[in-house]
Design a protein around this ligand. Structure first.
Ligand code: PLP
Length: 379
């Protein structure tokens, strides 16, 4: 199998499996217990918190709260803020957020919040003047992703944060789920109040994420109960997963293969765009403005799900967009927001590379893709 769907999820790294394994077997204590066994669990959880804080460049480990996934972190950040400030019901977000933000904001609009949806252009980029114009005194929260999961397009979060700070009292939430582990993050320097991440996108298992809450920013608890996570999210801590997330953060900090992933992605993208005349890149052409691992390419006149199925038969895993809408035949909301014409949008394939991909993977994919496209065009 060749796995080019790393934006959907990633392989748990062997180093991460090794780190969490004892916590699935002999180290089964509860971090809240008063005995030495419990204290050992507590220190493992706190060590992991520091590892997450270091990767994000947070000032203090207490700014990190463990959650179950990226969607939970997003829901808590936005929903929690509105619960805390019921009169500041104006939300600003973009039309290309992940469903965890987009569908939540849609729901909030239905129950009485006012949502401003920022448009993107054909490259998937924002016009920051639209943001300036949308901000006002009663704006409560601005939620913008760092990296788009479908196209890899990066939003200029530092600049957006500065605009939010200069023009409003709004809290700034960033969905960093696709960016963490792939590009540097520095929350010490960035004007960001809340930041979501998810372990399974960067070599930790599914079922663990985190929300960064800048010191001084108040959010009501996400789960009320025994007071774990400093009263912010109750429920006995998922120690094996938390240890795994911490180890994955350390692994990400020590990873020096980013340039190799970028080179493989560039090779794949160049070869496709130069070889197949029906191919068109979705997202800004300037690669410094995209994640180094992602290429979203439309094959004009062809059907993305059919290409996906043919590649799948050959053992190659790709996606037609976000993993969440792979079942539906509807074109991607992100590509629709970018005004990609239907005939292109329906033929979109996302290739997302990861740390275990090789040049052979990419070359084999290119060979199979040539056969698939040839077959589909002549059938
Ligand atoms: N935000 C973005 C940008 C994502 O890509 C995803 C998952 O694809 C999520 C949020 C949701 O993360 P999780 O799958 O951990 O709930």
């Amino acid at each position: 199998m060749i796995y080019l769907d790393n934006n959907a999820t990633t392989q748990v790294a062997p180093e991460v499996v090794d780190a969490m394994q004892p916590y699935l077997t002999e180290l089964y204590g509860n971090p809240s217990s008063a005995h030495a066994f419990g204290r050992r669990m507590r220190s493992a959880v706190e060590a992991a918190r520091s590892q997450v804080a270091e990767l994000l460049g947070a000032v203090d480990a207490s700014e990190i709260v463990f959650t179950s996934c990226g969607s939970e972190s997003d829901n808590w950040a936005i929903g929690g803020f509105l619960e805390q400030h019921p009169v500041r019901r104006h939300i600003i977000t973009t039309k290309v957020e992940h469903e965890a933000v987009r569908n939540l904001c849609q729901h909030l609009a239905e129950i009485g919040c006012e949502v401003t949806w920022l448009e993107v252009d054909r490259n998937g980029e924002l016009d920051l003047d639209d943001l300036r114009k949308a901000l006002r005194r009663e704006t409560g929260i601005v939620s913008v992703m760092l990296a788009n999961n479908e196209t890899g397009v990066l939003f200029p979060i530092e600049e957006i944060g500065r605009i939010v700070r200069e023009n409003s009292d709004a809290v700034f939430h960033v969905d960093g789920v696709q960016a963490v582990g792939k590009i540097p993050v520095n929350l010490r320097e960035w004007p960001v109040d809340l930041f979501s991440l998810s372990g399974h996108k960067f070599q930790a298992p599914k079922g663990v994420g985190a929300l960064y809450i800048r010191r001084g920013v108040k959010l009501p608890p996400f789960i009320i109960g025994g007071g774990q996570e400093n009263g912010r999210r109750s429920g006995t801590e998922a120690v094996p997963n938390i240890v795994a997330l911490g180890r994955a953060c350390k692994l990400a900090r020590e990873f020096f293969g980013h340039e190799q992933i970028r080179a493989l992605r560039d090779h794949l993208e160049d070869q496709i765009l130069n070889t197949f005349p029906q191919s068109h890149l979705n997202g800004v052409a300037d690669r410094t403005k995209r994640l180094p691992n992602t290429s979203n390419i439309s094959f004009e006149g062809l059907d993305g799900p059919t290409i996906l199925a043919k590649l799948d038969q050959a053992g190659i895993c790709v996606s037609t967009g976000s993993a969440c809408n792979a079942e539906s035949r509807e074109t991607s909301g992100v590509l629709r927001a970018m005004k990609v014409p239907y005939d292109l949008a329906r033929g979109a394939i996302r290739f997302s590379l990861g740390r275990y991909n090789t040049k052979e993977d990419v070359d084999h994919t290119l060979e199979v893709l040539a056969e698939v496209l040839n077959h589909l065009e002549n059938s």
